[in-house]
Design a protein around this ligand. Structure first.
Ligand code: 3NM
Length: 219
């Protein structure tokens, strides 16, 4: 299947879920992703920088099948080799990873590529690269312990991205149930939430409440 052609339907679910076992209150990634899918998330990103390659591979084989069965897309953060090895649906890359045209060549045409941006210049450049990439990450909106080194981009950059992006946007960084409204009000339709979801007592309920904020009529 060429995911790139039908990608809008995955963005329609509003919340982009990302794994982070370190802050998931003792639950493993399999349990966490199960609940995310049960809550209705269709976009799952596997982000685990500290495990070894074999552990990541074995976990991703299971997660890929779970996400596929739920009709979602399974994206891997950073590790292009892992994405190819488990036939994931795509990768998410940052500004210091391999260039998008090279990643596109490695992955082939049917897979998804997301690119993080943090400034007007990076957004403009991402637009120029739009034949290689599928969506643009914008963040961190707020300072966040999940990515301590990242400097918040603020709302003026978010507004610029909403007005000027030629691809779907995913906002990320310090976004939680209590402050997601300001992101939605800025015009963002897909929001990535890490710690507020994986650390929630009841992940499924949390996801449903977050989705309801974006799409008040879905339940
Ligand atoms: N990427 P939380 S911010 C993984 O700005 C990640 O590109 C970011 O975690 C970026 O929802 C971030 O817990 C962490 O704040 C987001």
């Amino acid at each position: 299947m060429n995911l790139r052609a039908g990608m809008e339907s995955f963005f329609n679910t509003g919340i982009y879920g990302i794994t982070a076992e370190k802050v998931s209150n003792g639950r493993n990634n399999i349990e966490v992703v199960r609940e995310m899918l049960d809550g209705g998330i269709k976009f799952i990103q596997y982000r685990e920088k500290e495990k070894d390659a074999l552990s990541r591979y074995e976990e991703c084989l299971i997660l890929r099948d779970m996400v596929k069965q739920a009709g979602g897309v399974f994206i891997i953060d950073d590790f292009i080799d892992l994405a190819i090895a488990v036939n994931a649906d795509g990768v998410h890359i940052g500004q210091s990873d391999l260039p998008p045209n090279v990643v596109r060549k490695m992955l082939g045409n049917g897979k998804l590529i997301g690119l993080s941006t943090h400034s007007v210049e990076e957004l403009d450049r991402a637009n120029e690269l739009k034949k290689y990439i599928d969506y643009i990450g914008v963040g961190p909106i707020h300072a966040t312990p999940t990515k301590k080194e990242a400097v918040p981009v603020g709302f003026s950059y978010l507004d610029y991205a909403v007005k000027n992006s030629q691809l779907p946007l995913v906002a990320i960084g310090g976004i939680k149930e209590h402050n997601i409204d300001e992101i939605i009000d800025a015009g963002v339709k897909t929001v990535a939430v890490v710690s507020d979801i994986v650390g929630a007592d009841n992940i499924k309920n949390k996801v449903q409440r977050l989705r309801k904020k974006i799409f008040p009529d879905i339940f």
